[in-house]
Write a protein that binds this ligand. Structure first.
Ligand code: ZN
Length: 332
């Protein structure tokens, strides 16, 4: 055994990767501690990413500066526990989105038809937890019943697509589920946390006539691929009712439970347990602060923080400093 094999993993915090998007804003500055670059619109902060083009970097401890991919490769069992044989790269991609304008109306592939999923990528089911919303903010998730492919195609030509989508007026705390194959978009000043399968495959159906000021061109659409992915039948997409699992010592609600991820929201001020034996967990700070206790060492946890608890850390005690709201994410 080399020295590195004996390295004990510890709770890992990651630096956000900011992404220019023409529909973005500057609101992520108040959510995340790392300063926003430049003064242009920032639409996305990728807060946990094991993708070849964008790798999250560890921000704390002896592994500081290493990529998530490097940690996955060096410590598969310590990091992933009982899941280590199933995943060579971390299976979830986590982001905060600041949608100042409307995003394109889009769809991600489900598992079918598989030929639309690029080699090495996966289907993409995703879900949003609303962090901030304004009066005019809008989310669209899914087609209204009775919307056929023919009706949808016509609506692209006459610009009436919104009439055929299920609209949600978002408010902070709302949970929205978007399985692969769901037509969706959001915007007009809404900030969400997004959990999704580790995939970057998006097919744009409609872009509201937006011109990208960087290229001076409309962004390309992928209408045929989008139509091939859209689920026209009944779907469980849309607003989710939280399921309260426990109320003491803190309130723990399950928001999402699908084949790709489980996500709970924890609210309260008493110490509680985070993490799980032999599996990794991710914690995301929504409001308030506190500390994760691991091996007698406190790890300071704040709003906007994203921490990966390695499988070998098992269960840890979280000590809130006053009221805290955090998300805990598991891989089924
Ligand atoms: Zn999406």
């Amino acid at each position: 055994m080399g020295m590195m094999d004996k390295t004990q993993l510890y709770p890992l915090r990651f630096e956000p990767i900011y992404q220019y998007r023409l529909w973005g804003g500057r609101r992520l500055a108040s959510l995340l501690s790392a300063p926003l670059p430049g003064d242009g619109p920032i639409g996305e902060a990728w807060v946990l990413s094991d993708r070849t083009d964008y790798q999250s970097l560890v921000a704390n401890g002896p592994l500081k500066g290493q990529t998530l991919g490097e940690v996955m490769a060096q410590f598969p069992e310590q990091l992933m526990g009982k899941l280590s044989s199933r995943f060579r790269r971390f299976p979830l991609l986590l982001k905060f989105l600041d949608a100042h304008e409307m995003l394109s109306v889009q769809v991600h592939p489900g598992d079918d038809p598989s030929e639309l999923i690029p080699a090495g990528d996966t289907a993409k089911t995703e879900a949003w937890v609303v962090i901030e919303a304004e009066k005019g903010s809008q989310i669209y998730a899914g087609l209204r019943s009775g919307t056929t492919a023919g009706i949808l195609r016509e609506s692209l030509d006459d610009g009436t697509i919104a009439d055929h989508l299920v609209g949600i007026t978002p408010k902070p705390g709302d949970a929205v589920f978007i399985p692969g194959g769901t037509v969706h978009t959001l915007g007009d000043d809404v900030v969400v946390f997004e959990v999704q399968q580790n995939s970057d495959t998006t097919f744009r159906l409609y872009d509201w006539g937006h011109i990208d000021p960087v290229t001076d061109e409309p962004r390309p659409l992928q209408t045929d691929q989008a139509f091939a992915c859209i689920e026209f039948g009944a779907s469980d997409s849309g607003l989710v009712a939280p399921l309260v699992e426990t109320t003491t010592p803190v309130k723990r609600e399950r928001l999402f439970d699908c084949h790709a991820f489980l996500l709970w929201r924890v609210l309260g001020q008493e110490p509680f347990t985070v993490g799980a034996k032999a599996e990794p967990r991710v914690l995301v700070g929504i409001e308030g602060s506190g500390q994760i206790m691991h091996d007698g060492i406190p790890y300071a946890f704040g709003k906007g923080d994203v921490w990966l608890l390695p499988a070998e850390a098992g269960e840890c005690v979280f000590q809130p400093r006053g009221e805290i709201a955090l998300l805990e994410i598991a891989i089924p």
